[in-house]
Design a protein around this ligand. Structure first.
Ligand code: FE2
Ligand code: FE2
Length: 265
């Protein structure tokens, strides 16, 4: 079984480059399951219902997010259009599972592929150098206790390399893949851990790389140089799509390989 995970789509440039490559990648590699982090898909800040729809139509089975999930308020209403046990698109857009109880939306989705293979996607957020959330390690334990699927992909949306690497080891052998998002820069450490969990500290954003993690260079430089509050706009130049392709045993969920892609125009 093959899973394609696409790193944080950033703005229009990110959406366009993913649009240009995704169909071909799915076809060439016979991908079964597509998961996309969409937290920056709407101009760099959040995701709208129409952009989520567009990404599902492109081929995504599940969309994950992170700290930018609430940037576009209409997404909350959209998530609430279906019940918790639904398999409709609004239920397949996740926010991190370790947000406070009572937060809108869901942090885990369990579904079935057309051939009957059960899979689950878990979205978690780190606590180091990020706003407060519940413990992602214990949240992962609690979620895993309830899952029956063997094929399980975790999007760990976190800032600190150490926290991401630690969660990879913590979940090794218990999930198919732990893939990092949020820093928007791909790391060169994609590997399968000893007990069969594919891991990469950060898959990297799918967006404009002539930028500071997606935002126009001048605007971010000005923030660093003068410290004045200013608007951040999504950059446009040098778009690249970053994704990880994981091959796993559908019966056990054990990963066999992980390969990282960074595709330009
Ligand atoms: Fe992001
Ligand atoms: Fe983020």
């Amino acid at each position: 079984m093959k899973i394609l995970f696409v790193g944080d789509i950033f703005g229009g440039a990110g959406r366009r480059i993913v649009h240009a490559h995704l169909g071909h990648l799915i076809e060439t590699h016979a991908v079964d399951l597509v998961v996309i982090n969409a937290e920056n898909a709407a101009g760099g800040f959040g995701v709208t219902p129409s952009i989520a729809e567009e990404l599902f139509t492109l081929g995504a089975h599940v969309l994950t997010t992170g700290n930018h999930i609430w940037d576009k308020r209409e997404i909350i209403d959209w998530m609430h259009t279906v019940p918790a046990d639904s398999h409709e698109r609004p239920r397949r857009l996740l926010r991190p599972a370790n947000y406070a109880p009572g937060t809108p939306g869901h942090g885990v989705y369990e579904g079935k592929l057309a051939d009957g293979t059960a899979y689950a996607v878990i979205n978690l957020q780190g606590r180091v150098f990020m706003s407060a959330s519940d413990d992602p390690f214990r949240a992962a334990d609690a979620v895993l206790e309830k899952l029956t699927a063997k094929v399980i992909l975790v999007d760990f949306h976190a800032e600190a390399t150490s926290e991401k690497v630690a969660l990879g080891w913590y979940l090794d052998g218990r999930v198919t893949a732990v893939l990092g998002t949020h820093t928007h820069v791909p790391t060169a450490d994609a590997r399968v851990l000893p007990r069969g969990t594919a891991f990469q500290t950060d898959v990297g954003m799918s967006g404009p790389y002539d930028s500071v993690i997606g935002v126009e260079v001048e605007q971010v430089l000005d923030r660093f140089l003068r410290g004045m509050p200013a608007k951040f706009d999504a950059a446009r130049k040098n778009p690249k799509m970053c994704a990880a392709l994981i091959e796993c045993d559908a019966a056990t969920g054990r990963a066999q390989s992980i390969r990282h892609f960074m595709l330009g125009e």
